[in-house]
Design a protein around this ligand. Structure first.
Ligand code: PHE
Length: 345
């Protein structure tokens, strides 16, 4: 029997150094320490030796076994530490990670909403309150109370969407914000200095200056001694406050059933600053909305004494204002939600 135990130990250490997982390690452990291993056979051969040699070689074998055991333990620890490190690294969540491509874009208000807010701010600064009314209205609020009885030819000024509710043609999508005037007056508190913004609907084919769904802001003042001069002054003040000092307003005679006298109000063309261009048909002026003195028949419909109180009203398009202020050639982009347009304004 060859008892070169140093070589046995060295071979064991060499074999161990290539092992990387615990299963392989326990297999190798069996091979190195079982009865059939070199160490095992050396131990079983001890019985054939004389007593003195048996003790000496037995001690050497025991020493070799201890050395192999400790090499095994060392390797086991190394593998365990390494596996744990790898597992930790794989489980790690880097909460500071920042990837350019996955950064969410920051949204902002739609230009129409922003224009509405800015217009409200201008009027609030002038002492007006802000009121809202429903988008689904009855014929009474949208037409009759505004001095437009059924079959009145002026109904042709507003191509109306009706709802399939109640009696035919009695419930509709409001065609302007003027019905909110009626609601504010009905609420009974006088005097009134109010603006009423909101969405309106008309059966119009969309084009560069019209949308079937659009927004208006209505103004209403009812007090003692209110004159047409107050109306003209309010509109001029609003125009310069919102569009800037170089933009002015003018009134042209017009007709609305709920105001008398009535006017259309125009502002300096913002494209050419009044010198004349295609957009303003070379007049230097752009129409923004309608206005006039509240008609006595409207006061009567809401129970306000028109001998005592007078007032004016105006209404204009919010989308049209945004178009003028930001020089948007075609209004349809306001509805299309094309991100390339939306992110600019
Ligand atoms: N409601 C009218 C329209 O939409 C505008 C208007 C409002 C006119 C108030 C006069 C007074 O056409």
């Amino acid at each position: 029997m060859d008892y070169n135990l140093e070589i046995v130990v060295q071979d064991a250490k060499d074999a161990l150094s290539t092992i990387d997982d615990l299963e392989e390690l326990s297999r190798l452990r069996n091979n190195l320490l079982s009865k059939k291993s070199q160490l095992g056979t050396a131990r079983s051969s001890l019985a054939t030796l004389p007593l003195d040699q048996r003790r000496e070689i037995g001690a050497k074998i025991e020493l070799a076994r201890k050395e192999i055991e400790s090499a095994l333990a060392e390797r086991r620890q190394l593998i365990e530490v390494r596996t744990r490190k790898e597992k930790l690294a794989a489980d790690e969540i880097d909460i500071t990670e920042w990837l350019e491509s996955s950064t969410p874009a920051r949204g902002h208000q739609h230009i129409v909403q922003r224009t509405r807010d800015e217009l409200e701010d201008v009027f609030v600064g002038m002492g007006f309150s802000v009121n809202e009314g429903p988008e689904v209205e009855t014929d009474w609020y949208n037409f009759e109370a505004l001095n437009i009885p059924p079959a009145h030819p002026a109904r042709g000024m507003w191509d109306t969407f009706y709802l399939d509710l109640g009696e035919p043609e009695t419930v509709l999508l409001r065609t302007h914000t003027s019905p909110t005037q009626i609601r504010v007056m009905e609420s009974g508190e006088l005097p009134i200095y109010a603006v009423m913004p909101g969405r309106c609907y008309r059966r119009d084919t969309p084009d560069s200056r019209h949308l079937p769904i659009f927004h208006q802001i209505e103004g209403l003042v009812v007090d003692i001694g209110i004159s047409f001069a107050n109306l003209a002054g309010t509109i001029e003040d609003f125009t310069t406050a919102y569009f800037g000092a170089g933009i002015h307003s003018r009134l042209r005679p017009s007709y609305f059933p709920f105001t008398e006298p009535s006017a259309e109000f125009e502002i300096t063309c913002t494209i050419c600053a009044g010198s004349g261009c295609r957009t303003c048909s070379h007049t230097g002026w752009i129409e923004l909305g309608g206005c006039g003195m509240v008609h006595p028949a409207v006061f009567e419909a809401v129970g306000i004494d028109s001998k005592r109180w007078t007032g004016f009203a105006f209404g204009f398009g919010i989308d049209r204002c945004a178009q003028m202020r930001y020089q948007i050639p075609d209004m349809r982009v306001l509805m299309e939600n094309d991100y390339r347009f939306m992110k600019q304004l």
